[in-house]
Ligand binder design. Structure first.
Ligand SMILES: [Zn+2]
Length: 353
């Protein structure tokens, strides 16, 4: 697949590998409005596009149409350059080691085994509450469960970073991922990572906690996936899920440059109402919205990077003005997402069977 549109720098997905979506892939409704046109995948090299998104008037789900078919979607991950690159300069390495020390002390206390120094650090982090909300979300709220750690399944486990975390705190963790290299890396660390999608899990297995971190927006049939998760949970078990929120303040600000759109890898995006409805429909009893601290900062900075690619500033003055606005926008996104559930950047949900 190497077609390049004449007179354009955009890489065009081959027409015979695209499918039009006539009805909402979640509720089946046929009444939809065009939400976005001319979207560009700036996170791929070469950038692909233009992509369009519709929004279902019935359930509020936004979906890509036309979209790559199931046989060709893997191409979108091969060219996805942020998939493998993590900034590795001195500043970023230093920041990562500080974060690692702080989170170790924070979780030592959360898991009930901290020293006096750990407790002091914990209290400071609690006072800087967006940071404690950030750490809680990184733990996927496993410490909220008032039971002994049991069996955990992470769908889309990547190289097993979260499996390792969960095992450290006593969980028996299993992961699945379709990325061969990532699964190999997880296995080399002694983790139980299986290659493929949720179907590689035997339907007779039962789990106490299942996590789907930024997965549902990538799948063609999210309702079926959630139904399968429900079937794999013990009674009282919890499904933890996180996905970008199409009703977030970040989308309202940045529109086509919002980081959460990510076409064509994100084939659908939910709002709080649509996600709640699906979870209830597949049988979950209790649905709780959690907060992901600093997600406004993360999504704001990432969206600003996309904005600078789609609309590079042409004069020095414009660059200075944009930098000042960037700081204000990123800070206001964080304030909004801390104060309004509906407008958060991510929908972070714990649903109990
Ligand atoms: Zn719908």
């Amino acid at each position: 697949m190497t077609s390049q549109s004449p007179g354009s720098t955009l890489w065009k997905w081959p027409q015979d590998r695209m499918e039009k979506v006539d009805a909402c892939p979640v509720c089946g409704g046929e009444d939809a409005v065009t939400l976005e046109e001319g979207l560009v995948d700036y996170m791929s090299k070469p950038a692909s596009g233009p992509w369009s998104m519709n929004k279902c008037r019935l359930c509020g789900v936004a979906y890509l149409s036309p979209r790559p078919d199931r046989a060709s979607i893997s191409q979108a991950y091969i060219n996805y350059y942020t998939h493998t690159s993590e900034k590795d300069d001195l500043v970023h390495r230093y920041l990562r080691s500080i974060k690692s020390v702080l989170s170790e002390k924070y979780f030592a206390v959360v898991s009930g085994s901290g020293s006096m120094v750990d407790r002091i650090v914990y209290l400071v982090i609690k006072l800087l509450f967006p940071l404690s909300l950030y750490f809680d979300a990184k733990s996927r709220h496993i410490f909220n469960l008032k039971k002994q750690p049991g069996k955990l399944l992470d769908i889309g486990c990547g190289n097993g970073e979260f499996l390792k975390f969960a095992e450290h705190y006593g969980w028996q963790a299993v992961g699945v991922d379709f990325d061969t290299e990532a699964v190999k890396e997880a296995r080399s660390g002694g983790l139980d990572a299986r290659l493929g999608d949720i179907d590689v899990i035997d339907s007779g297995e039962r789990y106490d906690y299942i996590t789907l971190s930024h997965v549902v927006e990538h799948v063609y049939d999210p309702v079926e996936l959630l139904r399968t998760c429900y079937g794999l949970l013990n009674h009282g078990g919890v499904l933890w899920l996180e996905t970008p929120n199409i009703e977030s303040m970040g989308y309202a600000y940045y529109k086509s440059n919002w980081r959460g759109l990510e076409p064509p890898r994100h084939i659908m995006l939910f709002n709080m109402k649509s996600l709640d409805e699906i979870l209830l429909k597949v049988g979950f009893q209790m649905i709780e919205q959690e907060n992901h601290g600093l997600s406004g900062v993360y999504m704001g900075l990432s969206s600003e990077r996309i904005l600078s690619k789609s609309d590079p500033c042409k004069s020095r003055l414009k660059c200075i003005v944009r930098k000042a606005r960037k700081l204000l926008r990123v800070m206001s996104l964080e304030i909004v997402q801390l104060s309004s559930k509906r407008r958060r950047e991510f929908l972070t949900v714990s649903a109990t069977r």
